[in-house]
Design a protein around this ligand. Structure first.
Ligand code: UD1
Length: 417
């Protein structure tokens, strides 16, 4: 039997929201390779080089996710770390260019909208392997999402990455429409569904066994206020620069949560950026720091307020467990709007816009904006709501398989041209 031909791919991850989007693609490439090794006619073996830029580097923001999602150890770690947008993007580009020139992949996969996504797409878009200008194909997973807010760094990253990409993998119908309006050729655009939901469906059962509810004492609350032995609680995440980098904005949001905090515990796994701002702005009186959180687990339970329970960022499985059992999720994250849609958990998004309109149209999401009165109104309304579980089209756990099939097809086409 002839041995199968090999195609080389580089898959890039850099920051926390990348890991759950890339994990199922890496797993699907493994399955594809089993079939290719089994002699499937014409199948290329996809040799994947996993590159971690190091944009996120804390154990809780990175390593933990590799363990939780069974992602193999990166083949290359660029160790870039934090910096201004320009410094971080430039440093990733410099280091990634060397990797691309050494590996000369057929195709690059970038996911989401973080600085690592754009930086690596930009490198691949301009590189040339030889005098003919040969370069890798660029595949962008989660294409076409638009908040129409250029003040968001992620919006700039999305637009530029999409316009560099040769293969655009779209998660929801709005993506197709947005790309078409921007003049992107429909032949490059593929509606594949949502790989982050692939991860959710694959790991939900394991997440249900997480000890986090017991660890946070959420199984011990009064039965009168509980469902299935789990206390009624809300889950909060906040990390957008526009929400947390200015004292007045953060203060407004925290005050907008006072009514909710009075009616049930709020668990707040806080991003390192947000924890730093809370300290800088002297807003610690809103929180009760759980042991093990940054600042040495100092308790602020004796100060005024202190109703929001602040914990360090959690791993994927613990967070998924907390999300699935929450009565309400309040967030400014993009991905959490989608995950709560699938879990059927009411969500209040503390932003003026969303690049994921499907979560509002068919899902469980309400856009509250950031004014305190609006946050109070939205949390009141959503806390009592009975959200139905909803699976937008293509959010079926098979998105990564579709992506790998399309990637394989495009590389074969390129090899034979
Ligand atoms: C990044 C993404 C954002 C994503 C978020 C999820 C961009 C433009 N933003 O924002 O889209 O929703 O990740 O978490 O790419 N820090 C640590 N440890 C870490 C990483 C960061 O302490 O492992 C601190 C540093 O002080 C750093 C700050 O967090 O300066 C911000 O990190 P950065 O990667 O610049 O952006 P995020 O806010 O995490």
């Amino acid at each position: 039997m002839q041995s199968a031909k090999v195609a080389k791919i580089i898959t890039v991850v850099g920051a926390r929201p990348n890991f759950m989007k890339a994990a199922p693609i890496i797993a699907a490439m493994g399955k594809h390779n089993e079939r290719a090794a089994g002699g499937e006619a014409g199948a290329l073996v996809l040799q994947n080089v996993l590159v971690h830029t190091g944009q996120h580097y804390d154990e809780a923001m990175s390593d933990r996710f590799f363990a939780d999602l069974n992602i193999p150890k990166p083949d290359v770690h660029l160790g870039v770390g934090s910096g201004s947008h320009a410094a971080q993007t430039a440093e990733i580009m410099k280091r990634f260019e060397e990797v691309v020139l050494k590996e000369r992949p057929d195709l690059l996969i970038v996911v989401g909208d973080v600085n690592s996504t754009l930086a690596c797409a930009l490198v691949a878009g301009k590189i040339s392997y030889d005098a003919s200008g040969k370069r890798p194909l660029i595949a962008h997973v989660e294409s076409g999402l638009r908040s129409f807010d250029r003040g968001m760094p992620e919006e700039v990253n999305r637009i530029l990455t999409d316009h560099l990409a040769d293969l655009l993998f779209v998660t929801e119908p709005s993506g197709i429409e947005n790309l078409s309006k921007e003049g992107v050729s429909g032949s490059k655009v593929h509606f594949v569904g949502n790989t982050m939901i692939d991860s959710l469906l694959a790991f939900k059962h394991k997440a249900d066994q997480s000890p986090i509810l017991n660890q946070l004492g959420l199984r011990e609350e009064s039965r009168a206020n509980s469902t299935n032995g789990t206390a009624r609680y809300a889950l909060l995440t906040l990390h957008r620069p526009s929400n947390v980098d200015q004292r007045e904005s953060l203060l407004d949001i925290l005050e907008g949560l006072d009514e909710l905090a009075a009616s049930c515990p709020i668990i707040f796994p806080a991003h390192p950026r947000t924890q730093k701002r809370i300290t800088d702005f002297g807003l610690e009186h809103f929180f009760r720091r759980e042991a093990g959180s940054r600042n040495g687990g100092k308790s602020h339970s004796d100060s005024a307020g202190g109703r929001i329970r602040l914990v360090d960022p959690l791993g994927y499985l613990d967070f998924l467990c907390l999300m699935g059992n929450a009565a309400l999720v309040v967030t400014d994250s993009g991905g959490i709007q989608e995950e709560t849609t699938c879990l059927g958990v009411p969500c209040v998004t503390v932003r003026e816009n969303t690049e994921r309109p499907i979560t509002v149209q068919v899902g469980t999401n309400v856009l509250a904006g950031t004014a305190k009165e609006n946050i109070r109104r939205a949390t009141r309304q959503q806390l009592g709501s009975k959200a139905a579980k909803s699976a937008p089209q293509g959010w079926d756990g098979k998105s990564a398989e579709r992506i790998v099939e399309l990637v394989h097809r495009e590389i074969r086409k390129k090899h034979s041209s």
